[in-house]
Design a protein around this ligand. Structure first.
Ligand code: NAD
Ligand code: DAU
Length: 342
């Protein structure tokens, strides 16, 4: 493999993957295909060598452009998506267009030119799990985390379009022999995450003198993984994964939202209760938890960034040092949330 297309490579996780590939695999040339929506930012790719990384600003649903690019490449790693649940509750259409039609466009081209395809997806396709405290064995028994065998049961327009795109890929593998793998990862955190998302929203609230906002009681659990670990896992699956297989990516990082917010407040020297409870998200998934045994045992992957407090402290430092990256957008993001009393 010498040439790779990374779709959504100017977004949060996609740009992290591009940095990872440039740093660790000097033999690869990366073409980033990104529409630069509100969530994409050319600055996320700043400093990368021009002879190793090329940015093509375009839409993954543009069949002519996709055909031209895929014809010339060895692999496609597909991150581009509309990615935010709250936005999907306001206006689902762009989610259908990008997540479903965009994916369809990419896999059709990969099938035509027999190009290796890796599909980046989410644990949210499985719906949610009961809270540990509501389970007899406190969630330690078999079947109490998501595995590749868990049935799809998505809750939001976002997660249902991601589920739909996964199913397209599975069908293209079976019916057309598409050389594809799929990964379903838990919640990422780290630098360059858009400030609409939970962790950066609260960090930038505090930095802007706004009280952090917790949906409902804050009991909902997310399984946090550092985005650098997501990148190494995707590389491992791309290079060692078995065609047609699904691998779940997680790093045993379960935390409820209240605990995460209290840790952010502590790390930023704020009182523990210096936040507001706001209106909950409709259909809010309770708990996500990933069983990554297959990825550990079959492909030998291990996460490196497993100290959540240290990772969060580094992330807070990044948003503090890079206010110019987010400040211009802050008022508009908060005004959008305020319309729903969030
Ligand atoms: P993001 O919203 O930060 O970035 C998405 C990127 O895709 C942006 O650069 C945007 O410009 C681009 N894009 C959107 N529509 C496009 C289109 N039609 N054509 C070309 N480019 C387009 O998203 P993210 O959080 O980095 O997530 C990336 C991928 O990882 C998504 O597929 C998401 O479902 C998946 N994922 C995210 C998480 C998470 O915690 N954020 C966890 C698991 C999986
Ligand atoms: O699980 C993987 C998914 O994680 C990805 O597929 C999505 O692309 C990504 O956005 C993320 O989805 P979530 O909905 O879990 O992430 P979000 O950052 O929006 O919210 C995390 C939790 O925090 C969730 O329980 C809602 C809550 N929340 C969110 C915001 C923005 C708050 O309590 N307050 C907030 O202001």
């Amino acid at each position: 493999m010498k040439k790779m297309i990374v779709t959504g490579g100017a977004g949060f996780i996609g740009s992290n993957f591009v940095h990872y590939v440039v740093k660790n695999h000097p033999e690869i040339h990366v073409t980033v295909l990104d529409k630069l929506t509100y969530a994409g930012n050319e600055a996320n790719l700043a400093g990368l060598p021009a002879d190793r990384v090329e940015l093509i600003v375009g839409d993954i649903a543009d069949a002519e452009l996709v055909d031209k690019l895929v014809k010339e490449t060895d692999a496609v790693v597909h991150y581009a998506a509309e990615s935010h649940n709250d936005n999907s509750l306001e206006d689902p259409y762009p989610f259908l267009q990008t997540n479903i039609i965009g994916t369809y466009t990419l896999i059709e081209a990969c099938r035509k030119y027999d190009v290796r395809y890796h599909h980046v997806s989410t644990d949210e396709v499985y719906g949610d799990l009961p809270l540990r405290e509501d389970l007899p064995g406190h969630g330690e028994g078999p079947g109490e985390k998501f595995t590749a065998e868990t049935s799809y049961n998505p809750s939001s327009p976002y997660s249902s379009t991601k589920a739909g795109s996964d199913l397209l890929v599975k069908a293209w593998v079976r019916s057309f022999g598409l050389k594809a793998t799929i990964s379903n990862c838990s919640n990422n955190y780290g630098p360059y995450q858009h400030i609409e998302k939970f962790i950066p929203r609260q960090i930038t609230n505090i930095l802007s003198g706004i009280r952090p906002k917790l949906y409902g009681e804050g009991k909902n659990v997310r399984d946090w993984i550092h985005t650098n670990d997501h990148s190494s896992a995707v590389w491992t699956i791309l290079t060692k994964g078995r065609i047609g297989e699904t691998y779940l990516i997680g790093a045993d990082g379960e935390q409820n939202n209240k605990a995460v917010l209290e840790l952010i407040l502590e790390l930023m020297n704020q009182p523990k209760d210096a936040y507001e409870h706001v209106v909950d998200r409709p259909g809010h998934d309770l708990r996500y938890a990933i069983d990554s045994t297959k990825l550990y045992q079959e492909l030998g992957w291990e996460p490196q960034f497993t100290n959540f407090k240290d990772g969060l402290a580094d992330t807070i430092q990044w948003y503090t040092d890079n206010a110019s990256w987010w400040q211009a957008e802050k008022a508009a993001v908060e005004a959008k949330y305020a319309k729903n009393n969030q």
